[in-house]
Design a protein around this ligand. Structure first.
Ligand SMILES: Cc1cc2nc3c(=O)[nH]c(=O)nc-3n(C[C@H](O)[C@H](O)[C@H](O)COP(=O)(O)O)c2cc1C
Length: 210
C-alpha cells in the first residue's frame, strides 16, 4: 500500500516555500524519469533542470505568473524531439548495439521498418508522438518525487514557444512538452493542501470485460 499512500499524499502544489531539495533526491527523481519506457526505446525527449533564479523568473512570466516556478527548488522542463529522422533513430539503436555487444547490422531491419512507418506520418505527428513519450517519463518523475516526499506541480500552463526560446530548444530540435516543479509545500499558504482529493469513482473509471 506504500505507493497508494504516497499518491494520496502528493497533490499539485499551488504554493511552495522556497526550500531547496537535496541533490540526492533530485538525482533519484531524474534516474526514475530516465528509466521510463518509451516507444521502441527511442527516449525522444530530454529534461532541462532549471535552478537559475533569473531564468525561473523568465519562465514564470510565460507561465501565467504561476508562483511555483520561482518558489520551487528545481524546475524540470521535459523537452521532446520536434520530429523523428532515420539519423536520430539510428543513433539510438547504435548505442543499444554497442552496449549489448551485438553485430553492427543487428537492428538494421527493425530500424528501416520503424522509419518506414514513421516517415509518412510527418513531422507534426512525430512531435506529438515524441511528446507523449515524454509524458510517461514525467509521470514516473512525479511518482518518484512523491516517494521522496518532495512536492511537485505538474504544469502545462505555460506558452511552449516562449519556453522553447528561453531554453534555446529550437536550435536543439526540441520542443517543451510539460513542466514539473519540485520543492516543498507552503502548508500555511496553499489553498489546495487540505482539500479532498477528488477522482472519478472506480465504477465509472474501470470497465471490466470478462
Ligand atoms: C499535464 C498536467 C498539466 C497541469 N498543469 C497545471 C498547471 O499549469 N498549474 C497547476 O497549478 N496545476 C496543473 N496541473 C495540476 C492538475 O490540475 C491536478 O493534477 C489535478 O487537478 C488533480 O489534482 P492533484 O494533482 O492535486 O491530485 C496539471 C496536471 C497535469 C497532469
Amino acid at each position: 500500500m506504500a505507493l497508494i499512500d504516497e499518491l494520496k499524499w502528493r497533490y499539485a502544489t499551488k504554493k511552495m516555500n522556497g526550500q531547496v531539495v537535496p541533490q540526492e533526491k533530485i538525482d533519484y527523481i531524474l534516474e526514475a524519469a530516465k528509466l521510463a519506457p518509451s516507444s521502441s526505446g527511442l527516449q525522444p525527449y530530454q529534461i532541462f533542470v532549471v535552478t537559475n533564479q533569473d531564468l525561473k523568473e523568465k519562465i514564470r512570466a510565460v507561465a501565467f505568473d504561476q508562483s511555483q516556478i520561482t518558489d520551487a527548488s528545481h524546475v524540470l522542463v521535459f523537452a521532446s524531439w520536434d520530429g523523428y529522422s532515420l539519423e536520430k533513430i539510428s543513433a539510438v539503436f547504435d548505442r543499444t548495439i554497442a552496449e549489448r555487444g551485438l553485430p553492427e547490422n543487428a537492428m538494421d531491419e527493425y530500424k528501416q521498418r520503424l522509419w518506414g512507418m514513421y516517415e509518412p506520418l510527418g513531422q507534426e505527428w512525430h512531435a506529438i508522438h515524441a511528446a507523449k513519450q515524454a509524458y510517461i517519463s514525467f509521470g514516473i518523475a512525479m511518482v518518484a518525487a512523491a516517494e521522496q516526499k518532495v512536492d511537485a506541480t505538474p504544469m502545462e500552463g505555460f506558452i511552449p514557444a516562449e519556453v522553447d526560446k528561453l531554453l534555446g530548444l529550437n536550435e536543439l530540435g526540441l520542443k517543451s512538452a510539460v513542466i514539473l516543479t519540485l520543492g516543498y509545500r507552503d502548508e500555511a499558504n496553499d489553498w489546495l493542501v487540505n482539500l479532498k482529493k477528488v477522482r472519478t469513482p472506480q465504477s465509472e473509471f474501470v470497465t471490466e470485460i470478462k
